[in-house]
Design a protein around this ligand. Structure first.
Ligand code: BG6
Ligand code: MG
Length: 223
């Protein structure tokens, strides 16, 4: 007996789902936080996952109880991105997280529509470095949305571009903001990571290696 409704579309988050860039975002934010006199912890960083660049800095300033003038705020955003881009410059296809490429290949062979729904303005650059761009029929990134996760805009634009009803879409996410965005959009949310960290997801797997071919076949409508 199948436990899933059959879905026709897979919307992937990027950072932390396809590639472990989440650790580089953390390192770059930790440096900015320390310039604000604040020691950002791994636990606090969980709240930044999936959150846009400027919203992340707003949250860090709230944690630090600090205010910045607009010029310094913008300078910190630029500096964070420069540090982040430096950290990811050596990214190669070897950095694709285990099981992700196999899943993309299987979905593509069976004509499941594949889209990207990422808060990152660097998404295209990263997909290119990983040589994964051809898998994605729609790429909705931080440049294409006005409202960041947990607002569902990024995923709704993805389902719209792929012409699939939101209810027939599965979102793969590693962040609470992303799970909330998927649920707010009326989609099925599959969390990747430690199930104790997330709420409101439909299913949770520790990584794509656990999402084997049989499970993917159960989730999606294969042609
Ligand atoms: C998300 C990350 O994918 O993208 C966040 O989980 C990040 O940590 C956000 O802040 C924006 O990314 P970028 O690359 O535009 O700074
Ligand atoms: Mg993510």
């Amino acid at each position: 007996m199948t436990k899933f409704k059959k879905h026709q579309c897979a919307l992937f988050d990027l950072d932390g789902v396809i590639v472990d860039t989440a650790k580089y975002h953390f390192l770059a934010w930790k440096k900015i936080a320390s310039q604000c006199g604040y020691d950002l912890t791994k636990e606090e960083n969980e709240q930044l996952k999936g959150v846009s660049r400027s919203d992340s800095l707003i949250r860090i300033l709230e944690m630090a109880g600090k205010r910045l003038d607009k010029t310094t705020f913008d300078t910190y955003l630029i500096q964070k991105n420069e540090d982040y881009l430096h950290l990811i410059q050596e990214l190669t296809p070897n950095d694709i997280l285990p099981g992700v490429k196999r899943a993309l290949e299987l979905l593509k062979v069976h004509k499941v529509k594949i889209g990207l729904g990422s808060a990152s303005k660097n998404a295209l650059l990263i997909l290119e470095k990983l040589e994964l761009t051809p898998f994605f029929e729609a790429i909705i990134d931080g440049n294409a949305v006005e409202k960041g996760k947990p607002h569902p805009e990024v995923f709704l634009k993805g389902s719209d571009a792929l012409k699939v009803d939101p209810a027939a879409c599965v979102v793969f996410e590693d962040s609470q903001a992303g799970i909330d965005a998927a649920k707010a959009g009326g989609m099925t949310a599959i969390a990747l990571g430690d199930e104790n960290v997330f709420q409101h997801m439909d299913y949770c797997y520790s990584d794509f290696e656990c999402l084997d071919d049989a499970i993917l076949q159960d989730i999606f409508y294969f042609i």
